[in-house]
Design a protein around this ligand. Structure first.
Ligand SMILES: Nc1nc2c(ncn2[C@@H]2O[C@H](COP(=O)(O)OP(=O)(O)OP(=O)(O)O)[C@@H](O)[C@H]2O)c(=O)[nH]1
Ligand SMILES: [Mg+2]
Length: 644
């Protein structure tokens, strides 16, 4: 691939609902420009863009993939993205490298949830957008009707390029001066129109609509012409803000690039995809990474098209380049000149909403599992691996079961490590509501040196996690053994007597006891304290606590009733509702964590994926009696089974 300068580069993210033909469209472009001689098919697993083993197997896109197309002396850097909602992280990555997003719509289906989401993403990140109505070859396609529905959904600034009247009005609305001109002269000159249209697109005020049939290859060249004409040039991208609030304009100067995506393919090795924002990158150059605070030497540089790598002697501002084997660099990093440091904000990945508890299928493969998942995370930073110290479970978190399923499949395929999912445990806690005063006595006097410890302890509720004090008189427990008593109690706090959970909000006062001149020692008093603890907690009205999460659900009005009903069924409590833009309601609620393990899946099914939510830990609350009983019984059974 020859070198291009920014005037002849266009960066376009292809986004939209699943199966609207994004990947096939890129095949059609490569066919139309003579790069391939036959149209690859997603179903046959032979497309340029869906080259990953998992994509071939699943027959849909999973990763953001570069597919540059050279046409009329311009290089169009297309970034193909997956339509499945689980992979929204890839879309967010791609949008960071593009000047425009082409939102694909299946002309025979019209607006779908993915269309709405794509539009919302463009708004979120301030990315200009086009619509492409694909599959116009299908029966019963009514392009005018789809355009009308796009207009009514997204505003009157949505129009086909031949609808000069509608576009002129939209242009007039972007600027007061233009508005005056428009009314004075009854329209725009060709020059004014072209300029106004470009400006309106760049400022996200106008979204033109194009049509094509990727499968039949109709409208492809026209669309490429339109993309060249209407996509803002890289130098016209809005200013890039750094984390320090500095503004960087795409252009010449000290090198600065943003790594928006990492590929960690077993055959290709690690590859960082970077958008050059300022200056020029050349192989062998020393480049600084502000996040790690370290220098790194650029090794191989190339342009990628699917999995193939084309030569790249240098990459200038506005272009997207692949950097081979950077050890210290990860997705979201800035690479820059050490003398002119800038740092761009990382890619915005959504918070995980679905968690699965996982274990290696084979005992002893814990480390292999962790290492493998960490490697996969380089490629997909939108999933997380967490360890819950209280439940001693490893949790895999992400956007949905499809994403997590792919992660698990990749781990098996690439690292030969199998994962099994197990029921998710909740980190319950134990506490007391009453008071007790009990004795703990430990005595062992058979042969050799004996052991003797004896304590009386008062237990009561506390505001603090754990409080310990002594109220001894007359040396009933010698001072040197008191720390051992406290230590014994603190250890017991980690595993309560009801269901083996961590204890909290307990106060213990050591107020009496006895000792033996020869047999007493620290260990004996520690054991005596633990005997007192077990007895004391049980006698002080113990209860189980459960984590309560605060959830915020963004839900379209039509579904608010269903979502609220479902929250009630989950023992939830609605805290409030706030109307948002575009007929969306924000629901705030508190729901026990135990009831939320499948919420991501159920909410999606219930709202055709139109709702989204976040959750955060709020506090602990008492578990209702009947449920607490079940949890305690289950624990006892588990204990017995283990002790057998
Ligand atoms: N009739 C018709 N079918 C098409 C056209 N373009 C794509 N398809 C078919 O639509 C299906 C999905 O195409 P893809 O290219 O995988 O769609 P995608 O948007 O990349 O899908 P995701 O990667 O899952 O988001 C395939 O069966 C294609 O053959 C078209 O123009 N006309
Ligand atoms: Mg695809």
């Amino acid at each position: 691939m020859k070198a291009y300068t920014s005037d002849n580069i266009r960066n376009i993210a292809i986004i939209g609902h699943g199966s609207t033909g994004k990947t096939t469209f890129l095949e059609a472009c490569l066919l139309a420009t003579g790069v391939i001689s036959r149209l690859g098919q997603v179903e046959a697993g032979n497309t340029v863009s869906d080259f990953d083993k998992m994509e071939i197997e699943k027959k849909y896109s999973i990763n953001a993939t570069m597919v540059p197309v050279e046409y009329n002396k311009v290089k169009l850097n297309f970034i193909d993205t997956p339509g499945f909602f689980d992979f929204v992280g890839e879309v967010n990555s791609a949008l960071r490298a593009a000047e425009v997003a082409a939102i694909f719509v299946d002309a025979s289906s019209g607006i779908q949830v993915g269309t709405e989401k794509a539009w919302a993403s463009c708004n979120q990140f301030g990315v200009p957008r086009f619509f492409v109505l694909n599959k116009t070859d299908k029966d019963n396609v009514d392009v005018d009707a789809v355009v009308a529905s796009l207009k009514s959904k997204f505003g009157t600034s949505v129009a086909t390029p031949d609808d000069r009247e509608a576009l002129s009005e939209a242009i007039a609305e972007t600027d007061e001066e233009l508005m005056e001109k428009y009314f004075e002269n009854g329209g725009f000159s060709d020059e004014e129109f072209a300029k106004g249209l470009l400006q309106g697109i760049a400022s996200c005020d106008i979204a033109p609509v194009f049509t094509c049939s990727a499968l039949q290859g109709t409208g492809i060249k026209e669309l490429l012409d339109a993309f060249i004409k209407y996509t803002p040039k890289p130098t016209h991208h809005a200013v890039y803000e750094t984390v320090d609030g500095e503004e960087v304009i795409c252009g010449d100067g000290a090198p600065a690039a943003f790594v928006f995506k990492t590929i960690a393919d077993p055959f290709l090795g690690k590859i960082s995809l970077a958008k050059v924002i300022r200056g020029t990158l050349t192989p062998g150059m020393n480049i600084f990474n502000p996040r790690s605070g370290k220098d790194e030497k650029l090794g191989s540089m190339f342009f990628m098209r699917g999995k193939t790598q084309g030569e790249c002697p240098s990459a200038s501002y506005g272009d997207i380049v692949a950097l081979g084997k950077l050890q210290l660099t990860q997705t979201g990093d800035t690479l820059c000149d050490k003398a002119a440091q800038v740092e761009f904000p990382p890619v915005d990945f959504p918070q995980p909403t679905l968690f699965m508890a996982i274990e290696p299928a084979k005992r002893g493969e814990e480390d292999k599992l962790t290492t493998g998942l960490r490697r996969l995370m380089e490629e997909d930073p939108s999933f997380v691996l967490e360890r819950n110290a209280e439940t001693r479970q490893s949790l895999l978190g992400g956007q949905g079961d499809i994403q997590l399923g792919i992660v698990i499949a990749k781990l098996k395929d690439r690292y030969n490590t199998e994962i099994v999912t197990v029921p998710l445990k909740v980190a319950y806690r134990e506490t007391i509501k009453g008071e007790s005063a009990v004795q703990g006595r430990h005595k062992k006097q058979s042969g050799g040196a004996g052991q003797y410890g004896d304590v009386w302890i008062r237990f009561s509720p506390s505001e603090e996690e754990f409080e310990f004090g002594e109220d001894l008189f007359g040396g009933s427990v010698p001072k040197q053994y008191v720390p051992a008593v406290e230590k014994g109690l603190r250890e017991c706090m980690e595993k309560g007597p009801l269901a083996g959970c961590k204890c909290q909000n307990i106060k213990a006062i050591l107020y009496d006891g006895s000792y033996h001149d020869v047999d007493s020692n620290e260990i004996s008093f520690k054991i005596a304290a633990s005997l007192a603890f077990k007895k004391g907690i049980v006698e002080a009205k113990p209860c189980l606590l459960e984590p309560i999460m605060r959830i915020e659900v963004l839900v379209p009005e039509d579904y608010t009733g269903d979502v609220m009903g479902d929250i009630n069924k989950r023992r939830g409590r609605i805290l409030g509702m706030e109307p948002q833009h575009g007929g969306i309601t924000k629901l705030m609620a508190e729901v026990p964590q135990a009831e939320l393990s499948d919420y991501a899946i159920v909410l999606r099914a219930m709202t055709q994926a139109r709702a989204s939510f976040t959750m955060d830990f709020e506090r602990y609350d008492e578990v209702p009696g009947n449920l607490a009983q079940k949890i305690i019984e289950a624990y006892k059974e588990e204990e017995e089974a283990e002790n057998k």
